[in-house]
Ligand binder design. Structure first.
Ligand code: ADP
Length: 460
């Protein structure tokens, strides 16, 4: 009879499915460059390349007190940023958690809640011990609003929500000017605030990273989603040629690159697990690149492989495995934990499977799970490298080199993620790939919003 396959035999199959060769990566980079160019030429392309109306780099000398309000996927943050010039800043912030109801409620209620939090923050931070306001009569604090959902902008302080992402479904908001909606809430609460800029978190991270280190040319967020921004010459943004903006100017572009290869699915190597993730998602076909990379999906991809091997009778024979059968129960943070398990016995992995899923594992299985996490995490990092390489190649940054400001839990917490991105860049570019380095952008989305508020104040 046939000899039973070992876990190592099974692993070989997944190795070939999830491994990206340098040659394949270079093909992806070429297709990616074409998509970026197309998005600059015409409106409504797969990769939308959204003009942000943030003109050029900060000088690093911006200074003063600025408020930033950051509406992210999980939290609302209110920040007071003191820009000190010379690339330095200080920041105090308060986080407010958003409930699941708030994410599905009426738009006006969400923006009223933002204004309420802002009011509490201003009352706390701009009042002396006797309860007197520290603001001069009529003084307005400039505020940057970080709103990390795709918006069409025609001005820096205006933005029409194209669609909610990241699980939000707030009513009566899509298609409307979210800056104006928030401005009405600010007025309703009579806040001493002037909102001067609506920005995306990637754009904020780009500007904040450049303020700290002018070698930064690109920013990437690796969180619930995945997206990038960079600075483009206005003359290359053909689709806004008719707006009469000087051809000598530069403007930050919010790529919304998570959409690369959506619908056609021509360029990215997708496994059947990726197809299942896509087809069972709330937006099938969309965000094809993001679905292979971001924190929301990596755990689910690994879970689907485990489920396949349960069905084939390879794993957990004779055990109850229903706890592993619910979509999205296997968190991406578990992949981080599995990869960083320092023990020979892989005790951390024992813990994850017994505690969360009530199944026993053999050492061979645990080694297999760890190797699988490595394959999925490595693929995500190498695909990200392809996106970065596309911008670097298109903009001609390779010879002089540049920094890439990066933020998000996947980048900050997944062991070895940054190193794998760098290895990927070397596979694409050879030795010169060493000229491109990612750096963690601390609080980029909030600080960037403040800097942009400062830049727009000067420009007015
Ligand atoms: P957001 O993108 O919502 O602003 P984050 O940058 O914190 O916030 O990203 C959240 C995503 O990061 C979630 O999808 C989560 O699965 C993932 N994540 C959280 N902790 C970790 C971790 N330790 N390792 C890898 N991914 C993680």
């Amino acid at each position: 009879h046939a000899t039973k396959k070992t876990m190592a035999d099974h692993l070989r199959k997944y190795e070939s499915l999830f491994t990206l060769t340098p040659q394949r990566m270079r093909m992806i980079v070429e297709a990616f460059k074409d998509s970026l160019e197309l998005g600059l030429q015409k409106p409504k392309q797969v990769v939308p390349m959204i003009p942000t109306f943030v003109f050029g780099w900060p000088t690093g000398q911006e200074s003063g007190d600025f408020l930033a309000l950051d509406l992210g996927g999980t939290n609302l943050r209110v920040c007071l940023v003191t820009l000190q010039g010379e690339g330095k800043f200080e920041m105090t912030q308060t986080k407010y958690r958003l409930t699941e109801e708030q994410k599905q409620d009426e738009g006006t209620k969400l923006f009223d809640f933002c204004a309420e939090c802002l009011k509490t923050f201003i009352d706390t931070n701009f009042t002396d011990e006797d309860g007197n306001s520290l603001l001069k009569p009529g003084e307005l604090l400039p505020l940057g609003f970080t709103f990390s959902y795709p918006c069409y902008q025609t001005r820096i302080d205006h933005g029409e929500l194209i669609r909610w992402t990241k699980g939000f479904g707030v009513k009566n908001t899509e298609g409307r000017d979210v800056a104006e909606m928030f401005r009405q809430s600010i007025e309703k609460y009579e806040l001493p605030v002037q909102m001067t800029a609506l920005i995306n978190d990637t754009t904020g991270t780009l500007i904040a990273s450049h303020y700290v280190n002018p070698k930064t040319k690109i920013a990437v967020i690796f969180g619930t989603g995945c997206n990038a921004a960079y600075m483009e010459d206005v003359k290359n943004i053909e689709k806004i040629n008719d707006l009469g903006i000087s051809e000598k100017d530069q403007m930050a572009i919010n790529c919304e690159w998570g959409a690369f290869d959506s619908f056609e699915h021509e360029h990215l190597p997708r496994t059947k697990y990726d197809t299942i993730v896509d087809e069972t998602s709330n937006k099938p076909g969309e965000q094809a690149f993001e679905k292979l990379i971001s924190g929301r999906y990596l755990g689910e991809i690994l879970r689907l492989v485990i489920c396949e091997l349960i069905d084939e009778g390879v794993l957990f024979l004779g055990q109850e495995t229903y706890k592993l059968e619910t979509p999205y129960v296997f968190e991406t943070a578990f992949l981080s934990l599995m990869e960083s398990d320092p023990t020979d016995e892989l005790l951390m992995i024992i813990g994850i499977f017994t505690h969360f899923f009530a199944v026993e594992t053999t050492l061979a299985e645990r080694q297999f799970f760890r190797a699988l996490a490595m394959l999925i995490g490595r693929r995500a990092a190498r695909l990200s490298a392809c996106g970065i390489a596309a911008i670097v190649g298109k903009m001609g940054y390779l010879d002089e080199g540049c920094l890439v400001g990066a933020d998000g839990s996947l980048y900050n917490k997944y062991p070895g993620f940054a190193d794998r991105v760098h290895e990927g860049l070397i596979d694409v570019f050879g030795e010169k790939g060493n000229n491109i380095k990612t750096v963690h952008a601390e609080d980029g989305s909030g600080v960037g919003s403040a800097i942009i508020a400062a830049m727009t104040k000067v420009r007015r």
